[in-house]
Ligand binder design. Structure first.
Ligand code: SIN
Length: 288
């Protein structure tokens, strides 16, 4: 295939054209897509793909090992995987005839990078649009390389060497996760990890800011009020309009994000406008 890449917003988020992922890809095609994904700052999308769940999983496997039952391992989410496909998580407001949910309705409706409370957070996810409302339901991505690069030199120097605590409890206290952890806050608290505030991407070698409002509770070694002031500033800085790409979904879009270099936010403003039905695979993290 002769794949071409088109920037969707300055220096971030590329569309790969002239690719049909229902067809076998050569090693050279995969290498080109991987390079495009990394060059794009970690958001790459392909329009008009007509793929089965098996083809979605096979395509995902070109980028690493795919999770069965996702990175969260939460029994409350077990029913949300596509029947017969434990690799495919359903994100949707669709309901069964008896009113039970088909998938998770409010997945990721806040700024976060997936499961950063794990020592080895997922490498990335591949989200495929199967049904869309007439408006709304976009996903917004923040470029964490650019967030780092646009900090002042004194701020970069101050953050260098600092580490932050990430915990699932943070999201449970602030988001719809709350309903899945009623009476189990200790479990959410026990899911935690420490990461450098400034990380180096293992593949691109570029520095990036690795904190997110969903899971980062505090910067280690600072008084709580200093930590909060600095994190609030970093979150606001990272999500400035100049630093984000807003993906307006079209049916058949397959979008992959690099969880190591972007934060994302699923905008839950569409529910009066129809069904949004997405299939998601997630690539396991690798030791860094
Ligand atoms: C997620 O955070 O995985 C959900 C993304 C989306 O539905 O747009």
């Amino acid at each position: 295939m002769s794949i071409t890449f088109h920037m969707a917003t300055p220096n971030f988020a590329f569309e790969a054209r002239d690719v049909d992922i229902s067809q076998p890809l050569s090693a050279a095609d995969v290498a080109q897509l991987r390079k495009g994904w990394l060059d794009a700052g970690g958001v790459l999308f392909l329009r008009k793909q007509d793929i089965t769940p098996d083809q979605h999983i096979d395509f995902s496997r070109h980028f690493g090992n795919v999770y069965d039952q996702g990175p969260v391992n939460n029994p409350a989410l077990a029913g949300y995987y596509l029947e017969g496909y434990p690799q495919i998580f359903q994100v949707t407001n669709k309901k069964l005839a008896d009113g039970r949910p088909v998938g998770r309705e409010d997945a990721g409706t806040y700024w976060h990078s997936d499961a950063s409370w794990q020592p080895e957070p997922p490498t990335g996810s591949l989200l495929y649009a199967r049904e869309l409302p007439s408006t709304g339901g976009d996903t917004i991505f923040a470029n964490m390389y650019q967030a780092y690069e646009t900090l002042s030199e004194p701020m970069k120097k101050m953050l260098e060497g600092l580490e932050a605590q990430h915990t699932l409890l943070s999201a449970v206290l602030q988001t719809s996760y709350a309903k899945e952890y009623v009476g189990k806050l200790d479990q959410a608290q026990s899911k935690n990890a420490v990461h450098p505030v400034i990380k180096t991407h293992p593949e691109t070698g570029r520095k990036l800011l690795f904190v997110n409002p969903g899971f980062t509770s505090h910067i280690i070694g600072l008084p709580r009020d200093e930590s909060k002031a600095i994190l609030d500033y970093l979150f606001a800085h990272s999500t400035k309009p100049d630093n984000v790409y807003r993906h307006v979904w079209q049916l058949g879009d397959l979008l992959m994000w690099d969880n190591r270099s972007v934060m994302h936010y699923a905008v839950p403003n569409y529910k009066a406008f129809g069904i949004r039905y997405m299939h998601r695979t997630t690539i396991k993290g690798i030791p860094q």
